[in-house]
Design a protein around this ligand. Structure first.
Ligand SMILES: [Fe+2]
Ligand SMILES: [Fe+2]
Length: 183
């Protein structure tokens, strides 16, 4: 790509713009996805799962805010012509094990989306966004590990009748991460 004639290295590339907006909607969508699980498990008297998914929903909301900051920094305006790609057909389940499996699939999908976004900004030598997105690369790794570890617990406890009770108790302990310092 010829960048010589560009007036600013922060000039908005159309592909980066499209993907940033898309990523903003994905993070918001994930927040709603996990909030839905939170309501299901609280109402089923599984407060540990309910709490866990509520915290997860809040964290996704924080991710959306981080992406919004990047959008605002670049002075991108989202118009009603931008496809928001909201997937309204996301699968939901009231079975705790299925919910964790669906969450892991959703996080793997999001990791791919973040990686592709990272690839595009790297190709454009957009080091500012590259730096901002590094946080997301690390975060996705942590989130996939988080869900994988819960699946391992299900596996370890597969012969225990109390496994839902035990995992529920364990998930109740989840704490929220620190918020982004900038705000
Ligand atoms: Fe996220
Ligand atoms: Fe996530």
């Amino acid at each position: 790509m010829d960048r010589k004639n560009k007036t600013s290295i922060y000039e908005m590339d159309p592909e980066v713009k499209k993907r940033l907006i898309n990523q903003y909607f994905i993070e918001l969508q994930n927040s709603i996805f996990y909030a839905t699980f939170a309501t299901i498990f609280y109402s089923k008297s599984m407060p540990g799962f309910g709490h866990f998914f509520k915290v997860q929903s809040e964290e996704e909301n924080e991710h959306a805010k981080r992406i919004l900051d990047m959008i605002l920094e670049r002075k991108i305006s989202i118009s009603d012509k931008d496809p928001n790609n909201l997937n309204r057909d996301l699968k939901i389940s009231s079975d705790p094990l299925t919910a964790i499996k669906l969450s892991l699939l959703q996080e793997r999908k999001n990791s791919r989306s973040i990686n592709e976004l990272m690839q595009v900004v790297t190709e454009r030598d957009d080091f500012f966004l590259q730096n901002e997105l590094m946080w997301f690369v690390k975060e996705q790794r942590e989130e996939e590990t988080l869900f994988e570890n819960i699946l391992k617990k299900f596996e370890l406890l597969k012969n225990s009748e109390d496994r839902i009770f035990l995992i529920d108790k364990d998930l109740k302990k989840r704490k929220r991460k620190e918020k982004k310092k900038k705000d």
